[in-house]
Design a protein around this ligand. Structure first.
Ligand SMILES: *Cc1c(COP(=O)(O)O)cnc(C)c1O
Length: 388
């Protein structure tokens, strides 16, 4: 098979003697052995036999194998949520005295882990702006820097960071490059092709795509994944077999779903640009996006999220949400149903105005996760709420 999409769909765990076409669910905590020698070999890592579902499980293995096909990764480990993937990738590879360098606009809980919890374990951090040049990234590297962490496009500011540029710097200093690829998905960009060592995912978002289950994964270099596997099999953030079964099925349709999510997003971004009640629209594939050239270089589509700034600040943002008739108000993103959120009054309400500005969250910023409803219906709901 020449194409990854075919390879992904045809990557399946071994059929049972029932000859089932669709992978069954393996809801079992542990696996049995025929004799003492088989059991000894499994525990000694001399065989690939499943032992216990905290370590591995057939459904989880299938999900990981399929994600590795899409991300072009050597190996991976699946976790119970995106945050346990992020946290596991830090805790398995960083130790007391190390330093992590990250872009400053990152998912809220990732920011909390880096700035509040890592220091408790003696791991130092610093941030650079998503607009930083190669010189600025280079200057921010310290003698004890072990990992560079990127999120691109960022949530919710939709800033785009040049992965190849940062990877050149990471390689020069022998630092691990870890990229959160949740927003673009492997359909929109493959960070490993651009030099990343690790890719982390919240599978809860576009990978599930239907707002059903939590999940996460870390994929990338085999040696690093082995350390992450050893850490996670002892500490227990493992993905459940049921969630893995759901997510593995979801990967089969990720490409066709993302094509529609992204074409809806581009349509909305273009239609909303210039509206009298909007200051600006932000979408990586709009020529007006400050990082348009980087987005075009490293992404095959602009993603399923658009942002716009409504005139009138915080109050106008809250009013807009109240006037929506079809779009959902909810914390998730990457669903079949379109979702609107207002970061300044919700997810980022605890930050000061200046802190929000630093990560591109202006008072009237609205984030839309473009669903799979007809694009004209999504647009009509947004327009009537803007004009209400
Ligand atoms: C949601 C999200 C996460 C965390 O994922 P969970 O599955 O909610 O734990 C991490 N990074 C980004 C960019 C996200 O949007």
């Amino acid at each position: 098979m020449k194409h990854n999409q075919s390879k992904l769909i045809r990557t399946q765990i071994k059929q049972t003697e029932q000859g089932e076409h669709s992978t069954p669910m393996y809801l079992t905590s542990s696996f049995t052995f025929d004799n003492a020698e088989e059991m000894r070999a499994a525990f000694a890592d001399e065989s690939d036999d499943n032992i216990y579902s905290r370590f591995s499980n057939p459904n989880v293995n299938e999900f990981v194998d399929r994600l590795c096909v899409l991300e072009k990764a050597e190996d991976g480990f699946a976790t119970a949520s995106g945050m346990s993937a992020v946290f596991g990738s830090f805790m398995a590879l960083l130790k007391k005295g190390d330093h992590i360098l990250s872009c400053n606009s990152i998912f809220g809980s990732t920011h909390t882990v880096i700035s509040k919890y890592l220091p408790k374990y003696g791991i130092d951090f610093s941030y650079v702006s998503a607009n930083a040049t190669a010189e600025e990234w280079n200057a921010a590297i310290q003698p004890n820097t072990k990992m560079i962490y990127l999120e691109t496009p960022t949530n919710p500011g939709l800033e785009v960071i040049d992965i190849a540029m940062v990877s050149t710097i990471a390689k020069k200093h022998n630092v691990i490059l870890n990229v959160d690829n949740c927003f673009a998905t492997p359909i929109g960009q493959t960070p490993i092709d651009l030099g990343a060592d690790l890719v982390v995912h919240s599978a809860t978002k576009w990978i599930d795509g239907q707002g059903r289950v939590l999940g996460g994964a870390i994929v990338g270099r085999k040696d690093l994944i082995h350390d992450i596997y050893l850490f996670c099999r002892s500490t227990g953030p493992s993905l459940s077999a049921f969630n893995a079964w759901v997510l593995s099925k979801s990967l089969e349709t990720l490409e066709v779903r993302m094509e529609r999510h992204c074409s809806n997003a581009l349509f909305l971004a273009e239609k909303l640009q210039g509206h009298a009640n909007i200051n600006f629209v932000k979408y990586p594939f709009l020529t007006t996006h400050p990082h348009y050239a980087i987005a075009k270089k490293q992404m095959t589509n602009g993603g399923g999220i658009i942002c716009f700034e409504i005139k009138g600040g915080i109050e106008a943002g809250r009013k807009f949400l109240d006037h929506l008739k079809m779009l959902s108000l909810t914390a998730n993103l990457g669903d079949t149903r379109s979702i609107a959120s207002h970061p300044a009054s919700t997810t980022h309400a605890k930050l000061s105005e200046a802190e929000r500005q630093a990560v591109s969250i202006t008072p009237g910023l609205i984030r839309i996760s473009c669903g799979l409803e007809h694009r004209e219906d999504i647009l009509a709901d947004i327009i009537q709420a803007l004009e209400a």
